[in-house]
Design a protein around this ligand. Structure first.
Ligand code: NI
Length: 184
């Protein structure tokens, strides 16, 4: 039976799929390759520097990253990525998220990360990253485990953002007709 291709869109805070851990990818097949291509183009179009499959409401343990740091451009498709270790100092950096339009906040995370994943060519990826790239990688891998950047907020900052978050959640619930499931 031919696969029915459906148009993907980025879901926002308030959608329950963002809170679920994604299913592992069992094989890098045509579906996964097409998903990667589509996610990369959606990420750049947004524009953003990373996008995880749960953000397009697809439960697959996979994310794409596109970071341009001037001299260095990094584009990654990470399948079943996992953090092996973190290193370096805890660093404060401003973060946003394509699932939280208009919301930015400062988040503390380790400055370096070591990960393992599988690439689109099915070869293992081992990567050690620091600074901005390490930040994006940690943010995207969190999405695969149902963890959001706002989960790291201190109480005071959570209160500052509370109204914006509630507004966004309300819009999302309306847009996706989620009233029965997302009113938490
Ligand atoms: Ni995000």
């Amino acid at each position: 039976m031919p696969r029915v291709s459906k148009k993907l869109s980025i879901i926002h805070y308030g959608h329950p799929s963002l809170l679920r851990a994604a299913k592992p990818v069992s094989a890098v097949d045509q579906e996964i390759r097409e998903l990667a291509v589509e996610m990369i183009s959606m990420m750049y179009a947004a524009p953003g520097v990373g996008l995880a499959a749960p953000q397009v409401n697809v439960s697959r343990h996979m994310c794409v990253i596109g970071v341009d740091e001037g001299r260095e451009k990094t584009e990654l498709v990470l399948i079943n990525p996992k953090i092996v270790s973190v290193f370096g100092l805890e660093m404060v950096m401003e973060e946003g998220c394509l699932s939280f339009p208009g919301i930015h906040t400062h988040i503390i995370r380790p400055s370096g990360v070591e990960i393992e994943a599988i690439g689109l060519d099915e070869k293992p990826i081992k990567l050690r990253a620091e600074g901005f790239l390490a930040r994006v990688i940690q943010h995207e891998i969190d999405h695969l485990n149902g963890v959001l950047f706002i989960d790291y907020l201190a109480e005071q900052e959570r209160q500052r953002l509370e109204n914006s978050l509630e507004r966004l959640k309300g819009k999302t619930i309306k847009k996706f007709g989620l009233a029965s499931v997302a009113q938490k």
